[in-house]
Design a protein around this ligand. Structure first.
Ligand SMILES: [Zn+2]
Ligand SMILES: [Zn+2]
Ligand SMILES: [Zn+2]
Length: 336
């Protein structure tokens, strides 16, 4: 397998309906195109082709497969000249704000001289091909998580059902791990912990939500998994994305609390799934359980779902605690 780089400089080539192409490629999986490859003639059909956005906002932005040998055609900007072209099939294109910036490219595939690519058709060093694939897999196309929010039709008004586009930071396994390490595996909005409901099956399952829309991030943005990411269950994740920009998770948590205290049937929700955030440090809390701990309680405490409060039960005892050891009391009487 071989691979080439294609260049696109928006200052020199106005691809006015680029966003349309992004959407079509996403919908249909592919779209045929023709791209110039400058003077390069040694390009094999079947090669990978990577589109590099040039000019002031550089970054990797598209993936294609070359479908033809290079052929001569009239130059795209100067009818007096000829240029070499190849037929390509786009396989994925990123919206411009989601391009993978040079800082990531240089770190993940240092064998490619990303800053020295100007024309099209230059080949990717063989030893770097795998690294380019890997970085595209990690930072590239947004994957749509259809499962969590595609609700059965008929239950909700038209338009209420939407697809969450999970951005690349939400998919990045390292960022995800750091987020979960810090914030835990329970949903920060509703408190749902998959392992406690689904047992073994739910272990380790949680969505990770990126607080800032990708379109608002600068080109050299680096994710801070602790400041920028929060664990959310798929329901809460779908709910925060019903608005653009998304609803902040603490605001959603407040809405859940408000509706739980006011809506009748919700009173059956057990206390342990009610959310509570530490009033001192804002970290998510776990309920404190009092009484002689049985095996179930000990297991729950070991998994960090509850804290054991001991056998002394007194009025005004704290009902929640956070990972920093702050204790507080939430009046549960309104809920039960
Ligand atoms: Zn939730
Ligand atoms: Zn999200
Ligand atoms: Zn705290």
């Amino acid at each position: 397998m071989s691979a080439i780089l294609l260049g696109w400089n928006p200052q020199r080539w106005n691809w006015a309906d680029y966003d349309e192409w992004v959407a079509q490629v996403r919908r249909h999986g592919t779209r045929r195109d023709t791209w110039s490859v400058g003077r390069h003639v040694n390009i094999a059909a079947g090669s990978d082709a990577w589109l590099l956005l040039q000019g002031k906002n550089r970054g990797l932005i598209g993936r294609a497969i070359v479908r033809s040998e290079p052929y001569k055609g009239r130059h795209y900007s100067d009818p007096e000249k000829t240029a070499n072209y190849v037929e390509i099939d786009w396989l994925s294109l990123l919206p411009i704000p989601d391009r993978i910036p040079p800082v990531v490219l240089n770190a993940e595939a240092p064998g490619v001289r990303w800053d020295h690519v100007y024309g099209s058709g230059k080949s990717v060093p063989v030893e770097s091909e795998a690294a380019v694939h890997a970085l595209w897999e990690r930072f590239g196309p947004q994957h749509e998580a259809r499962d969590p929010s595609e609700l059965p039709p008929g239950l909700f008004p038209e338009g209420a059902v939407r697809t969450i586009v999970v951005n690349r930071y939400e998919r990045d396994p390292r960022a995800r791990a750091a987020c979960v390490e810090r914030w835990g595996l329970a949903c920060v909005a509703c408190g749902l912990d998959f392992a406690s409901v689904y047992g073994e099956l739910g272990k380790g399952f949680i969505h990770v939500h990126h607080l800032t829309p990708v379109s608002q991030l600068g080109p050299d943005y680096q994710v801070d998994p602790i400041a920028d990411l929060r664990p959310l269950c798929p329901n809460c994740h779908a709910m925060v994305h019903t608005q653009d920009p998304p609803i902040p998770p603490d605001e959603l948590a407040a809405r859940i609390r408000a509706s739980r205290t006011s809506v009748g049937p919700r009173r059956t929700v057990p206390n342990r799934t009610s959310p509570s955030t530490c009033p001192d440090c804002g970290r998510p809390g776990v309920p404190i359980m009092y009484g002689e701990p049985g095996p179930e309680m000990i297991a729950a405490a070991e998994e960090g779902r509850i804290a054991i409060g001991g056998c002394v039960i007194y009025d005004g005892r704290p009902t929640w605690t956070c990972s920093q050891g702050h204790d507080w009391r939430v009046d549960e009487s309104a809920r039960t």
